[in-house]
Design a binder for this molecule. Structure first.
Ligand code: GLC
Length: 428
């Protein structure tokens, strides 16, 4: 080869190497993240439970309109929070990268953060943004000094009642039971109350509301406080409610309860705010006949002690599109996004200001009166081991409901399990 040819070969080889390196570089950047060639849309997967309202669909449409370069694939999980939890645990413990944005129940933050499954969002959900939010939900996404998610909506238990049958809602559980007995049969009703009696997280919420509204508690700091006469009496109310409920109530989750109530068969329903827009929907046989009241009180407690629920959006640590995932979270939890959720889904905003928004209040008129109850709703125990604690409560509350054990036995079993969980986990 002549000298000229050698130089030419060198130049061609160098050019090839440069091209290859550049090619590799661009491959890496499309697969591990992020911002994106302007023409090629990125698809992110948003995983959340089934939504019976149009809110999720509307949010995705509005987001995609605003960000034409990001498409959202909705991965619909089952209704129950426990089933959703289990599918996340399976996917995330295997390092599955197919989920970008996760809708997380308020009770999972410590567990998911401790397992290192989430990207910290301290710099994205900034202090300035957090100030516009209700303090309770912000506290619930904070764990070990970091912020792990953004509160999408908050939740608190409420009592729905048929205002065409009952003039004034009951202030106490005793009154509720009495009113049920006196009025059942009126307006086509067959039962006093429907609630969440299945063996799952929803039952824990209902039971804790009864225990709380009767002056009991579960855990204070690290101390298990559940074994008190107040807690036993609170759980006894739940057992008594079974007697004025449909025979299937011990298998009901939120949606089964709502369906029976919406068909006009029950006078009362314990549920979350989302049910309001559905029981008043155009296809609802009881549209316009429904009132809402705070959770009643037991003999020893205070009225209106709802359990704090709610859903937050986080980014999976294994996401290949964290920037796009953040854009979606930012939009859904913005004023604009939360307004869609409030209007279409009837879910309680986590941005304070929206409780003064005229359109939001016109659609959910009771929110103004219930604001204080919503913001003082009582959190469930906050712990990375909450799932184990909840398991024991689910099993024992359910056994008490179905008559296998007494309220006293259920409470004693839970006390023992919770003490064991705290002791064992402390050792790890
Ligand atoms: C609601 C609440 C959630 C709770 C669940 C129980 O979705 O927002 O926090 O765990 O109900 O079924």
């Amino acid at each position: 080869m002549g000298k000229k040819n050698k130089i030419l070969t060198l130049i061609v080889s160098l050019a090839l190497i440069v091209t290859l390196i550049a090619g590799c570089g661009s491959n890496t950047s499309t697969s591990t993240s992020s911002n994106t060639s302007k023409d090629e849309p990125v698809t992110i997967t948003y995983s959340a439970g089934k939504d019976s309202t149009p809110a999720t669909q509307k949010l995705i449409e509005a987001f995609e309109k605003k960000y034409p370069n990001i498409k959202v694939k909705f991965q619909e999980l089952p209704n129950s929070t426990d089933d959703q939890h289990n599918s996340y645990v399976t996917a995330l413990s295997a390092g599955d990268s197919s989920i970008d944005v996760l809708a997380m129940d308020i009770i999972w933050t410590p567990e998911f953060a401790a397992a290192d499954w989430l990207l910290p969002l301290d710099d994205k959900f900034t202090e300035e943004m957090r100030e516009k939010f209700l303090p309770g939900p912000v506290e619930a996404v904070t764990y070990n000094g970091h912020v792990w998610a953004v509160p999408r909506f908050t939740d608190a238990g409420v009592l729905y009642y048929r205002k065409d049958i009952i003039d004034t809602p009951p202030k106490t559980w005793d009154e509720l039971i009495q009113m049920s007995k006196e009025n059942v049969g009126k307006g086509g009703t067959k039962y006093g109350i429907v609630f969440q009696g299945n063996q799952y997280e929803g039952l824990v919420c209902d039971a804790l509301e009864l225990i709380g509204s009767n002056g009991g508690s579960v855990l204070e700091g690290d101390k298990v406080t559940i074994n008190t006469p107040q807690a036993v009496a609170g759980l006894q109310y739940l057992i008594d409610l079974v007697k004025i409920a449909p025979p299937g109530v011990t298998t009901y989750q939120e949606e089964e309860a709502r369906n029976v109530f919406q068909q006009g068969e029950a006078i009362f329903m314990r549920n979350w705010p989302y049910a309001w827009s559905l029981v008043n929907g155009d296809d609802s046989p009881i549209k316009g006949k429904v009132g809402i009241a705070p959770i009643p009180k037991g003999k020893n407690g205070q009225a209106g002690t709802p359990v704090l629920g709610g859903w937050n959006l986080g980014i999976s640590k294994y996401s290949k599109h964290p920037e796009e995932a953040w854009k979606f979270i930012e939009f859904v939890t913005s004023e604009e996004g939360q307004k869609i959720t409030a209007l279409e889904g009837g879910n309680l905003p986590t941005i304070k200001f929206l409780y003064q928004d005229e359109e939001v209040l016109a659609k959910n008129p009771y929110w103004a009166d219930f604001y204080d109850a919503f913001i003082t709703a009582k959190p469930r125990p906050v712990s990375p081991f909450y799932p184990q604690m909840s398991d024991s409560m689910q099993i024992n509350f359910h056994k008490a409901l179905t008559g296998e054990i007494t309220a006293q036995q259920a409470i004693q079993n839970i006390e023992k399990d919770l003490n064991d969980i705290i002791k064992n986990e402390g050792k790890k």
